[in-house]
Design a protein around this ligand. Structure first.
Ligand code: BGC
Length: 347
């Protein structure tokens, strides 16, 4: 216990020193230096981990182009209260632009008030605030992607495969029995992805029968656990698994593996994201397909926007929608193009 306390106070001290140093630097700030403060909802999220790696790469590129940048990245550990405090710390540390991946996308008011008070623009990313909140101040931006498009593409991928391969309908009843693994409730990408995927399967003439759905909060281990429950309930009846992201799709496969299912008894599984592990699984034909959530494009847009907001460059170049939003398009990944995608992905 004592040890824990000592470690905790050591950590606080480290963070304070870091912030003090950053503060010192901030005093010499000019608008030419881009000091970015990032806070994101949870460091265990695979997609965001990769997105932020790309973001740091983008900033290195800016450096090579002669722009001085610095970045402090904070993990909010799933707490909105922690994130609000982090925003204050980042502003105190001299950050002149913030990139915020909200813990609770419906609760950005405290962060917006703080940023407005210190006149620090915010680029929200990946977890989209509601439109009314985006109107609270004119220095609020959003970088992300259209949830509908990803769901639609996932449905199309599944429909194409079902039409091309009669083995998917394993019980040959002319209908596809499916289950859904859903992301966090309240996230703009969760319900919309599910609804549009199902809609687009139907529009493509597939007759569906929903067996069940489970919320697994984007998380692989949770998805494995929920999938095990569904397998024990529906046994071999499941022919298709639609997962709102790759980690949950892989969790579904983990469940089948744990229960010793052989390849011929597996349903087809689709994800969304194209994370490193997701793409590998498509290449290994364990995932039937995924929809690429363009993290490199999003990271680049965030870096460019941060630069323009601080240095006063031409915002028109970024091509914003409604002057505040930047949505990067998704694209489909199957065994046919996965190698190409992997090659472009070398970091
Ligand atoms: C991604 C998920 C991720 C979530 C986090 C979604 O857009 O597809 O993989 O967990 O964002 O907010």
């Amino acid at each position: 216990m004592k040890m824990k306390k000592m470690l905790a106070s050591g950590l606080v001290l480290c963070i304070s020193i870091q912030l003090l140093c950053a503060c010192g630097k901030a005093e010499q700030n000019t608008a030419e230096k881009v000091h970015i403060g990032v806070t994101y909802y949870d460091q265990s999220d695979t997609f965001l981990g990769e997105l932020l790696t790309d973001f740091k790469e983008q900033l290195k590129k800016c450096e090579r182009d002669g722009l001085e940048t610095s970045v402090i990245i904070q993990d909010a550990g799933g707490s909105q209260k922690t994130q609000n405090d982090q925003v204050k710390e980042l502003i105190d540390a001299g950050c002149n632009v913030l990139c915020v991946n909200l813990v609770d996308r419906s609760d950005p008011s405290e962060i917006i008030d703080l940023a407005r008070e210190y006149d620090v623009p915010i680029i929200f990313f990946n977890r989209e605030p509601v439109a009314e909140d985006m109107m609270q101040w004119d220095k609020l931006y959003y970088v992300g992607a259209y949830a509908r498009q990803s769901g639609q593409m996932q449905g199309e991928l599944a429909a194409d495969l079902i039409k091309a391969d009669s083995r998917v309908d394993r019980n040959k009843d002319g209908r596809i029995q499916y289950v859904v693994l859903e992301g966090e409730p309240g996230h703009q990408d969760a319900i919309i992805r599910t609804e549009t995927a199902v809609e687009s399967l139907r529009e493509n003439g597939i007759v569906l029968e929903k067996k069940g759905y489970q919320i697994a909060n984007w998380n692989r281990a949770q998805a494995q656990n929920r999938m095990e429950q569904m397998i024990s309930q529906y046994k071999n009846d499941i022919e298709l698994v639609l997962a709102n992201n790759d980690d949950m799709a892989l969790g579904a496969l983990d469940a089948y593996k744990k229960l010793n299912y052989t390849e011929t008894n597996l349903p087809v599984v689709f994800g969304i994201d194209g994370t490193d592990v997701g793409l590998e699984a498509v290449a290994g034909q364990r995932l039937a397909g995924t929809v690429y959530n363009d993290k490199e494009g999003q990271a680049e847009a965030m870096a460019k926007l941060a630069e323009v907001l601080v240095t006063g460059g031409d915002i028109e170049e970024i091509g914003l929608t409604n002057e505040r939003y930047c949505y990067l398009p998704y694209f489909k990944v199957t065994i046919d193009n996965v190698e190409e995608v992997l090659e472009n992905n070398i970091r």
